[in-house]
Design a protein around this ligand. Structure first.
Ligand SMILES: [Zn+2]
Length: 464
């Protein structure tokens, strides 16, 4: 009986042509290929680099795609009554029209909620971090960018928008994950069978990542008045990456890049678009004649810090994925005082993503507040000893500041970290400018450590 079954099975087998050649495997869809993928938080964030993008698009024929994490529905409306979701619907169209003026049409909005805050972790929490990250990884694999441009993942004195930094955190994470076949593997094609094709994407490793900043030093049409410059240091963006002049004339468009930037900005009428519109109408582009400073993030293809964005990039070539080495934070020994919150997050984030050099941009941390405002500073006191400790905190601030921190002494069990919210109020009459505030921790009559924060009391220099 067994022999008969075997013969029947042979007869039922399909007749395959000898050495039949399979059809070519479909290539990724070229309509979505990007040289530059811009990852930002809100419609109009792209205007920060509107002096650079036309150079890449018109002179170098780079393909640009843009991801907006939110629709910017949280702000005010400069021209109409619409607010909230209705305003978000308008802003999506403003952004699409603005980018279309550069010929950019591959634009995605990810539905994260617009979150006005200063702490990157607050936005990541509101956004549902993992969901937005999965979507950005998908779009990196779809667009296969050579370069990612995003906000600077550093706490700065300036706008320091939490959404901007959340967009950056996710863009950096996606840079490191999109090439990893074990990350969001459900997006990848594992075979041609329908069951295993899933989303049909391939891993993709971008080659370089650069940043732009909303610090005071990143000058642009969006600051109402001249931002305060710090007397304590030089412009931290100097030499941190390539700088693109906007007063130069585009050889292919025969107009200055400042004009192209003003034209792109003019579509954002619900925000500051009238500044761009007026510039175009009057032919006065002085508000757009600031150079665009980029900050070098990292490169897998070499190139120098201040060299061109595409230095070292061979378009369409593949670079192999390399997993970042795991970073172990050494266990704290003794008693330590550190800045907490977003500063503590970034200390570890930069190490985890091979961006250690970003710690050197602003070695003394900075914030900006308005006169009379309360300054909230997260601190962490660590007890790395095997004994319980009592740590006293004291603050040194210039005249006019009031310490509103409710407690001065903190009990710590062995190996415990105590998060402290230090509260200080700036006097409403204190002169605008930069000041230094420091905290000192003592235990058993002995000073442990002190930390310094530079504060800009910047009354008039807040974003429009
Ligand atoms: Zn924004």
């Amino acid at each position: 009986m067994k022999t008969i079954y075997f013969l029947l099975a042979l007869l039922a087998a399909p007749q395959l042509a000898e050495h039949a050649k399979a059809p070519a495997y479909p290539k990724p869809d070229d309509r979505y290929k990007a040289d530059i993928l811009v990852v930002v938080a809100h419609p109009d964030d792209d205007t920060s680099i509107a002096g650079y993008l036309p150079r890449a698009i018109y002179e170098e024929h780079r393909r640009v795609a843009v991801i907006y994490a939110t629709r910017g529905e949280g702000g005010g409306n400069a021209v109409g009554n619409e607010r909230g979701a209705a305003l978000g619907a308008e802003r999506e169209i403003e952004a699409r029209r603005a980018l279309a003026s550069f010929g950019v049409t591959n634009v995605w909005f990810l539905d994260a909620p617009d979150t006005p805050a200063q702490d990157v972790l607050r936005s990541l929490e509101h956004w549902d971090h993992g969901s937005i990250l999965g979507q950005v990884v998908r779009l990196v694999r779809l667009t296969r960018p050579e370069v990612i441009l995003t906000w600077l993942p550093v706490c700065v004195a300036g706008e320091n928008h939490a959404d901007h930094q959340a967009a950056s955190v996710i863009a950096n994470e996606a840079f490191d994950l999109a090439g990893d076949s074990t990350a969001f593997a459900e997006q990848l094609a594992t075979s041609r069978s329908r069951e295993h094709n899933l989303e049909g994407l391939n891993p993709w490793q971008p080659k370089k990542i650069y940043y732009f900043s909303d610090a005071f030093e990143a000058q642009g049409y969006w600051w109402q008045t001249s931002p305060e410059s710090s007397p304590f240091r030089k412009n931290f963006l100097d030499g941190a990456g390539p700088l693109y002049e906007t007063t130069e004339t585009s050889p292919s468009r025969h107009v200055p890049y400042a004009r192209l930037a003003a034209e792109e900005t003019s579509f954002y009428l619900s925000q500051e678009g009238t500044i761009g519109k007026k510039a175009v109408e009057t032919g006065n582009f002085s508000d757009f004649e600031y150079p665009v400073p980029l900050v070098f993030g990292k490169s897998l293809v070499g190139g120098s810090t201040t060299g061109d964005v595409f230095e070292g990039v061979v378009p369409e070539s593949a670079v192999s994925f390399k997993r970042n080495p795991g970073v172990e934070s050494p266990a704290g020994r003794g008693l330590l005082l550190e800045l907490g919150g977003p500063w503590a997050f970034y200390r570890e984030f930069w190490k985890a993503h091979d961006l250690g050099h970003l710690a050197q941009l602003l070695p003394v941390p900075e914030v900006a507040i308005g006169p009379g405002s309360q300054l909230q500073v997260p601190l962490i006191v660590r007890n790395g000893t095997s004994q319980s400790q009592e740590v006293s905190l004291s603050v040194t601030a210039p005249a006019g500041w009031i310490d509103e921190t409710p407690y001065k002494v903190y009990p710590l069990r062995p190996l415990e970290a105590y998060p402290v919210q230090a509260l200080l109020r700036a006097s409403a009459t204190t002169k605008p400018g930069w000041q230094e505030i420091s905290w000192k921790a003592e235990a058993g009559g002995r000073q442990i450590e002190s930390i310094t924060l530079r504060v800009c009391l910047c009354g008039g220099a807040m974003p429009q």
